[in-house]
Design a protein around this ligand. Sequence first.
Ligand code: DGY
Length: 329
Amino acid sequence: MAVPKILVTYRPPGAAIERLSRLGDVDLWTGDETMPRGDLLARVADAHALYSMLTDRIDEELLSRSPGLMVVSNMAVGHDNIDVAACSTRGIPVGHTPDVLTETVADTAFGLLIAAARRFREGVDYVREGRWGRWEPNLLWGEEIHGSTLGIVGLGRIGEAVARRAAGFGMRVIFTSRRAGAAAKNLAATQVDFAELLATADHIVIAVPLSEATHHMFDETALAAMKSTATLVNISRGATVDTDALVAALRSGRIGAAGLDVVDPEPLPADHPLLDLPNAFVIPHLGSSTARTRIAMANLAADNIAAALAGRPLPASVNPEVIPRPPPD
Ligand code: DGY
């Protein structure tokens, strides 16, 4: 094969670019903003590999313009930005980055849970605004974490890692999942249906991938079914929650608090009503953001491309039934 062209839509951390450069000609988008759609479509036209970010939309339009594309490798575990079925139809393997980020994202879930349920944002504001006059026995009471019931929506890799942490906090864990894995037994977690989870959990962590089935699963009805003291933590994708309904529920006190790593829309405009709410603790999609984890993700995404270009199965494929094409001579 002529030297393959690898389109990379954002400079990945670590040495991934050097690795990719040994595999082919790297075309790296170096703009400050997400690669504009027009540039992406133009530059993918003659690409053999696409190293994408979760902010790039990989759809039928893009695939129809890149006839030589042999692999799409997303530097994320989530792949809701990719039309995987369309890739599979065209025989294109899709790579992602599971496992390497599991524990880090679970740490973030617990950080958000504690920060939101224990009212850390209001505490920080209280100090910064000079209102801290003395120690007060009844100041900013939050909700207990230890001994409470945690509801995990989606007991995949990250959900399980959250459940393990919950055990250390002496929490009872209930979960919903499409599969009742063996891990649930080891975790002493109890599978329930969604309605029971909403009604029973003191706190809820959303750890389910975004799909048509999970889009807005936390809508006005679901939020109204939660305990009024409950905290909702989202570490999956913002669109699993109806943002307008969440703002209304937080504002009215229908639920206690929210700890959000992901929101809809992303990025959230600085004047968004969610940010005015003292019971919303929002961070900018930092779930996997440590140097070690992000570099591991970048390397795994590069490994996926290396495997596909060599005609080998990807180390982490979303559609493993698609066998990479052997490299042309
Ligand atoms: C992912 O990998 O899907 C995460 O959202 C990134 O932090």
